[in-house]
Design a protein around this ligand. Structure first.
Ligand code: WTA
Length: 576
C-alpha cells in the first residue's frame, strides 16, 4: 500500500508549536522531567488545584476559563477565579454533609456549569468524583452507584426520578443534591468560598469512570491525582493549547475525554474553553466555531463524518478562519475525514489514541510531525508503547498484535474498583495490554486494526455487549440475546442484537408489521432501562444462538455471519 503523507508546512518562527521537535523529546524526555509542569503544594499534588486555583495566583485570575452555551442559546461566562470560588463552595457544602477523603461523590448531570465546578470541588476536599452520562437510565445507574458505594449524588430535578426508582438498591447513598432546587442554590450563596485544599498525595484517588469490557458489569476505572501530569503535558504537546486560544472539546465529562481534556488537562494549561450543552447539529456547530473564534478543536470521527454528510453549503455560511489545530479521538479516523478537513478548513485532523484506562493521550500525531494519513501517530514522549503477542513479547515491524504500553505512566489507572483481579488481568509480562489490535511500521508510526474483544464503539461511545444483552433479556418476550457491533459508515459501528423470542410471543409475531412493532418495542425498552445511546438499531430474530458447549453465546460467530466472513474455529461450538 502506498503511504499518503501530509507534510507539515514550515512553521513561522514566531509561532512554533509547544512541542517543536517530537523526535528529540521522545528520545530524551522522562516522566521525572514532568515535575515542574505542575504545581506541588507542600509535596502534595491536587489535580483540581492544578486545573484552576494555580491560575488565580497569576494574571489569569480574571481570564475567562469557561464560555458556556446551551441549546436554547443561554450564555454564561466564568473566570478562573469564579470557578475556583464556586468549587470551594461546593467543597464546603460537601464537608458539611460529612464527606471525607476517599468518599465517592457522583455527578449525574448534563453539561451544566455546576458539573464542572462540582467535579473540582470534590477533588479539592480529597473525595473521589464519579461522572455519569445523563443518558443513563435505571439499570446503568444502579450498576454504577451500587458498585461505587457513592455517598452523595448531584443531579437535576429532571433526572432525579430515575434515581428515585433505584434508591432502595443504594444503601450507601446518603444525600442527593438537586442543583436546580432552591435549597441548593441558597446553600451555594451562603457557603464560604474559602477552602483549605486537601494536600492529596499524587497516588490518592481523584476520579473514577465506569467503562465496558466484553463480559460482566461495567467496571470502575479509578484514577489518581497524578493523572493531571500527563493530561497537562498532552494538552500542551498534542492539543498545542496556548493562552491566546479558545478551545472546544466536544466530549461529555461522562466519558474520560470530557474529564481529561475539558476539565483537568486543558484548564491546567490556562486555556479558555467552550462547553456547548446541546445536541449535535451541523449548522449550530459551525456557528459556535465561528462565534467563539475557536482555534483548537478536539472532536470525534462520527461527528466529523456527520459534518461531512451535511455538505459544503452549511460550512460556507460561517467564518472558520480562527481554527488553527484540529484533533480527533475515540474511533478510527478515516483518511477521507482528514482529506475533507484539509479541503474545508485547510487543516488536517490529528488522530489521538487512548482509553479510559490510560487516563490521557498515549499515541498521537503532533503539530510538528508529518502525518501518515490513517495512522494514529507515535507514543507520547516519556511513554513506551509496543505491539506484543498474547504472551507479551514484542512482535516484528509491520506485524499485527496487541497495542501495549509499558507501566507505569502518570495517568495509568490505579485499580478497578472492588475488582483487583480484573485490574491484574490487564497486565502480561510487564506490559499493559490495551485490548486493541494494531501494528507499528518501520518509522515507528502506530496503525489501528480493531478490538481484540467484543467491545462496541458506536458514535465514539464505548458499549459492552453484555450490558445490552442483559437489558434485552429483562424484557418478558426475550429468552436470549447476542449483541455485536456492526460496521456503519456514519457511526463507526451500530449495535445489532440477535434475539431468541419466548414461544408465546413468537406465535404472536408472525406478520411483518407485528415483527417490526416488537423490534421497535425492544429498542425502546433498552433505551428506557439502560441508556439512550446503547440501544440496538438493528434487531434480528433467531430460532437459536450459536453457543459453546458450556453455553456461552459466541458473538464472534454472529459477527462473522453478519459480515459474510469465514466463521473460523468452531471446535468448541455446540450443534448449531
Ligand atoms: C477506541 C476513549 C481507533 C479503541 C478516549 C480504544 C480508537 C477505545 C482511537 C477506548 C483512535 C480510541 N483510533 N480507535 N484514535 N481512540 N479508540 O475508553 O478501541 O471510551 O480501546 O476512551 O476507543 O475507548 P474509551
Amino acid at each position: 500500500m502506498k503511504e499518503e503523507i501530509y507534510k507539515k508546512p514550515k512553521q513561522k518562527n514566531d509561532f512554533p508549536p509547544n512541542l517543536e521537535n517530537y523526535e528529540e523529546a521522545a528520545d530524551t524526555f522522562t516522566w521525572k522531567d514532568a515535575r515542574p509542569y505542575v504545581d506541588w503544594v507542600d509535596g502534595g499534588l491536587n489535580a483540581a488545584y492544578n486545573a484552576v486555583d494555580r491560575h488565580v495566583q497569576t494574571w489569569r485570575k480574571n481570564k475567562v476559563a469557561l464560555f458556556w452555551e446551551d441549546e436554547a442559546g443561554v450564555e454564561k461566562k466564568y473566570t478562573f477565579e469564579d470557578i475556583s470560588l464556586l468549587s470551594n463552595k461546593v467543597g464546603n457544602i460537601l464537608k458539611d454533609f460529612g464527606v471525607e477523603r476517599g468518599d465517592r461523590v457522583f455527578l449525574f448531570l448534563p453539561r451544566v456549569p455546576e458539573l464542572y465546578f462540582s467535579f473540582l470541588g470534590i477533588l479539592k476536599i480529597g473525595a473521589v468524583a464519579g461522572t455519569l452520562f445523563s443518558a443513563f437510565q435505571e439499570q446503568a445507574l444502579a450498576d454504577r452507584l451500587e458498585n461505587s458505594g457513592a455517598k452523595v449524588l448531584f443531579t437535576t430535578s429532571e433526572l432525579k426520578p430515575r434515581v428515585d426508582k433505584i434508591r432502595k438498591k443504594l444503601p450507601a447513598l446518603e444525600h442527593i443534591i438537586v442543583i436546580d432546587d432552591p435549597s441548593f442554590i441558597k446553600s451555594v450563596e451562603r457557603a464560604s468560598d474559602e477552602l483549605h485544599i486537601a494536600k492529596t498525595d499524587p497516588d490518592d484517588y481523584a476520579f473514577m469512570l465506569y467503562t465496558s469490557g466484553t463480559t460482566g458489569k461495567p467496571k470502575g476505572v479509578v484514577h489518581s491525582h497524578r493523572a493531571v501530569i500527563q493530561e497537562h503535558l498532552t494538552a500542551r504537546w498534542v492539543l498545542d493549547l496556548r493562552d491566546e486560544d479558545t478551545y472546544w472539546c466536544t466530549a461529555d465529562p461522562g466519558w474520560v475525554t470530557g474529564i481529561a481534556y475539558e476539565i483537568l488537562g486543558s484548564w491546567s494549561n490556562g486555556v479558555a474553553a467552550l462547553v456547548y450543552a446541546g445536541r449535535f447539529d451541523p449548522d449550530r456547530w459551525y456557528k459556535l466555531l465561528d462565534k467563539y473564534n475557536i482555534s483548537v478543536w478536539y472532536t470525534a470521527p462520527t461527528a466529523i463524518r456527520m459534518l461531512m454528510a451535511a455538505g459544503m453549503d452549511v460550512v460556507k455560511k460561517h467564518n472558520l478562519t480562527h481554527l488553527r489545530h484540529l484533533c480527533s479521538v475515540g474511533e478510527p479516523l478515516n483518511p477521507e475525514a482528514i482529506r475533507w478537513g484539509l479541503k474545508v478548513f485547510g487543516l488536517p485532523f490529528h488522530d489521538t489514541w487512548w482509553q479510559t484506562e490510560t487516563g490521557a493521550i498515549c499515541i498521537a500525531n503532533y503539530p510538528a510531525m508529518d502525518i501518515k494519513i490513517g495512522s494514529m501517530g507515535k507514543p507520547v514522549p516519556g511513554l513506551t508503547a509496543a505491539i506484543v503477542d498474547d504472551k507479551g513479547h514484542e512482535v516484528a515491524i509491520n506485524t499485527e498484535g496487541n497495542i501495549a504500553i509499558k507501566p507505569k505512566w502518570p495517568s495509568m489507572m490505579h485499580t478497578i474498583w472492588k475488582r483487583p483481579h480484573k485490574y491484574k488481568s490487564y497486565f502480561t509480562n510487564g506490559w499493559y495490554i490495551s485490548g486493541d489490535r494494531g501494528l507499528k511500521d518501520k518509522d515507528g508510526y502506530f496503525w489501528f486494526i480493531g478490538r481484540a474483544d467484543d467491545v462496541i464503539k458506536t458514535s465514539g461511545e464505548r458499549v459492552g455487549p453484555f450490558e445490552v444483552e442483559s437489558a434485552l433479556v429483562a424484557h418478558p418476550a426475550v429468552v436470549e440475546a447476542g449483541v455485536i457491533g456492526k460496521p456503519d459508515m456514519m457511526r463507526g459501528e451500530i449495535i445489532k442484537a440477535f434475539v431468541v423470542l419466548e414461544k408465546a410471543t413468537l406465535e404472536k409475531t408472525k406478520t411483518k408489521p407485528q415483527e417490526e412493532a416488537l423490534k421497535e418495542e425492544l429498542s425502546v425498552y433498552v433505551k428506557k432501562h439502560l441508556a439512550g445511546h446503547a440501544y440496538p438499531r438493528e434487531i434480528e430474530f433467531m430460532d437459536k444462538l450459536p453457543k459453546t458447549r458450556s453455553g456461552k453465546i459466541m458473538r464472534r460467530i454472529l459477527k462473522a455471519k453478519e459480515l459474510g466472513l469465514p466463521i473460523g474455529d468452531t471446535s468448541t461450538l455446540e450443534d448449531y
